[in-house]
Write a protein that binds this ligand. Structure first.
Ligand SMILES: [Mg+2]
Length: 336
C-alpha cells in the first residue's frame, strides 16, 4: 500500500500488487523506486495536475507499471477527496452503477474444477473463467468439457491460457472450444508471438483476448493494426493505473477492440479503483474480474466488497469511496 499526503493533510491511498508474469517488480523494488525516484518528483506538486505528473513519472518508471499504478490510484483518491467526487465521476462519469463479475476456476483435476465451478455458480456468477495450458491440450479440453456438463448451458465460459499454447495447439483446440460454448479465449499464445496470435484470430470464431501483450496505449494500437486480438484485458495494475487504462480504452474503442476489465487479485484499494474504471468504460464486452478482496482472509477496506447476483456496486463516496483499515495494514507490514 502507498500513502500520499498533501500539505493540507488530505490522504490518498494507492496499492501495488506486483506479479512476476507481467514485470520483474517486487514489493522491495517498488518501495525503493517510490523512495528514490517518485518522492522527489511529487513533493511540492499539485495533485490535481494528474496527467502531467503521470507523464513525468513514466519517464523514471519505465517498465514498472505496478509502481506507477500505486501512485496513480493515490493521486485519483486525493483528487476525489479534494473535489468531493468519486473517481468514476473524475474519469468522465458512470455508464453503470454495478459491475458484472465472472467467477474463476483455477486449473486443477477435472473433479476439483467441477466442484469449484458448481460452488461459483451458486454464488450467482453468470460467467466463469477457466484456466488451461498446464496439462496436455486434450486433457485440458476434457476438463472444460466436464465443467460444461456440470454447470449446464446458460453459464458463459471464458478461458485464459496465459500464453502457454503454441499456434498449432490453438488451432487444434478451437473447434472443440467453440463446441463447448467458450466465448472468450485469453492470451492463447505467448505475448511475444504477435504473428502467431494473429493467425489464431483469423482462424477463430471464439473471441481472442490479449492480456500479457498489453502494457501501454501503444500496445493496444499495435494489436489493432496487426489484429492479434479482438478484445483486450484492461487490467489497471499492469497498465500503470487508471489514467493509462482509460487511454488504452480510448485506443481500443477507436480500433474496434472489445474490453474486459481484469485484475491480478489486488486488495481493496486497487480493486476499488478497478470498479471506478469499469463503471466509466463505455462498453464492457465481457464481465469483469475485480474480486481480489474476497480471496484474502480479511478485507483492508470498508465497506467490505460483496458480490450480489454476480455483481459488485461501485462506491459513491469521494475518491475511492472506501475507508482503509490502517491498523490492519500496520499489522500486515513486513518491515515492522
Ligand atoms: Mg489473463
Amino acid at each position: 500500500m502507498l500513502v500520499v499526503t498533501t500539505s493540507d493533510g488530505v490522504v490518498g491511498y494507492g496499492e501495488a500488487c506486483p506479479v512476476p508474469a507481467f514485470t520483474a517488480e517486487t514489493q522491495e523494488s517498488i518501495v525503493a523506486l517510490v523512495e528514490q525516484r517518485v518522492k522527489p518528483l511529487l513533493i511540492g506538486e499539485d495533485p490535481l495536475r494528474h496527467r502531467p505528473l503521470v507523464r513525468t513519472l513514466e519517464r523514471v518508471l519505465f517498465g514498472c507499471p505496478f509502481t506507477l499504478a500505486a501512485i496513480d490510484i493515490a493521486l485519483w483518491d486525493i483528487a476525489g477527496k479534494l473535489l468531493g467526487l468519486p473517481i468514476s465521476t473524475l474519469l468522465g462519469g458512470r455508464f453503470r452503477e454495478r459491475i458484472e463479475m465472472h467467477g474463476s476456476v483455477g486449473w486443477d483435476t477435472p473433479e476439483a474444477m467441477v466442484e469449484t465451478a458448481l460452488a461459483q455458480r451458486t454464488l450467482g456468477y453468470g460467467a466463469l473463467k477457466l484456466y488451461a495450458g498446464r496439462g496436455t491440450v486434450g486433457a485440458d479440453l476434457d476438463r472444460i468439457g466436464a465443467v460444461r456438463v456440470a454447470v449446464g448451458t446458460d453459464v458463459r465460459l471464458l478461458l485464459d491460457v496465459n500464453g502457454q499454447w503454441s499456434v498449432s495447439q490453438c488451432l487444434e483446440a478451437l473447434p472443440r472450444l467453440a463446441e463447448l460454448g467458450v466465448v472468450l479465449l485469453e492470451q492463447p499464445v505467448a505475448a511475444s508471438d504477435d504473428l502467431g496470435q494473429a493467425e489464431v484470430v483469423r482462424a477463430s470464431r471464439v473471441d481472442i483476448c490479449a492480456d500479457e501483450a498489453i502494457y501501454t496505449p501503444a500496445d493496444v494500437a499495435q494489436i489493432g493494426r496487426q489484429r492479434t486480438a479482438r478484445v483486450i484485458n484492461l487490467g489497471l495494475s499492469k497498465l500503470g493505473g487508471l489514467l493509462r487504462a482509460s487511454e488504452c480504452e480510448a485506443v481500443a474503442r477507436s480500433v474496434g477492440l472489445g474490453i474486459t476489465v481484469g485484475s491480478v487479485l489486488e486488495l481493496g484499494i486497487a480493486s476499488t479503483a478497478g470498479l471506478h474504471l469499469a463503471a466509466s468504460v463505455q462498453e464492457l464486452t465481457y464481465p469483469s474480474y475485480l474480486i481480489g478482496p474476497l480471496k484474502y482472509e480479511r478485507q483492508i477496506t470498508s465497506p467490505e466488497m460483496r458480490v450480489e447476483d454476480g455483481e459488485v456496486a461501485v462506491p459513491l463516496g469521494p475518491g475511492l469511496g472506501v475507508e482503509v483499515d490502517t491498523d490492519l495494514l500496520a499489522a500486515l507490514d513486513l518491515r515492522r
